[in-house]
Design a protein around this ligand. Sequence first.
Ligand code: DC
Length: 232
Amino acid sequence: MSRVIAIDGPSGAGKSSVSKRVGKMLGFLHVDSGALYRIMTWQCLLNGIDTSSTDAVAAFASKVNVDCVPRGGSIVYFINGQEPGDAIRTPEINKHASPLATVKAVRDRVTAWLRDMVRFGDLIVEGRDITTAVFPESPARFYLVASAEARAERRRKEEIEKGIANQSTEEVKRSLLARDAIDSTRKHAPLKKADGALEIDSTYLTIEETVQTVLDALPADWKHEITAETGA
Ligand code: DC
C-alpha cells in the first residue's frame, strides 16, 4: 500500500519547498493540492461561471476533468491536454480560489482526485485539509506555520523569481491574510491543526532545518530510503 506524508498550513508557510525536497529525498511524489483548487477556479472564470453562486459552481465542478500524471517527482495536471502553468497563479485566481474552495462539491471532487493518486505510489501531499480530511489516517502529518510577515516576504520573493510579481509585500500580506481567514473559517474541511499532527513554526527556520524536522518525525521504517539529494 502507498504511504502518504500530509502537510497542511497557510499560504507561504513553506509547504511547497519543504514537501518537494522531502519528496525528492524519499522518492515520494509531490502533490500540490492547492493547484487543483486553482484549476477549478481558473476553469470557472474562463467559462463565465458566477463564482458567488454555490449552485452554479457545484454544477460546473462535476464537469471539470483533470488528468493527473506523474512526472519528474511530482504529479502534474492537464486540462484538455494543456498544462495551466502560471495562468493559475494570478492575483485574480488568488482572490477567487478561497471562496470557491468553500463549495462542498468542489472539495469532494478534488478530494476524490487526491485519494485516487495513491495508485501512482508513495505521496507527499500539501494543502489545507490533507491532515484533517483527505488523508487523516496518515502516520506522518504536519502543520506548517510561519508569521504573516515571513510568509508574505517568501511569497513575494517566489513571485519575483518567477517574473510574475505585481504586488507589494504589504499587498501580498493582505491577500494571504484574507485567504487564511476564509480557509480557516469555512464550514467544510477548514484549515486547522489536526489532532496528532506535528506543528512546525518555520518563521526562523531555514528550509533545510524544516526539512530535517519533518524527516526526524517520520515513522522509522520510512527513513531507510533517504538519499543525500537535497532537492536544492
Ligand atoms: O496553496 P494554494 O495557495 O495554491 O491554494 C489555493 C487555495 O486553495 C487556497 O486559498 C485554499 C484552497 N485549498 C484548500 O481549500 N484545500 C487544500 N487542500 C488546498 C488548497
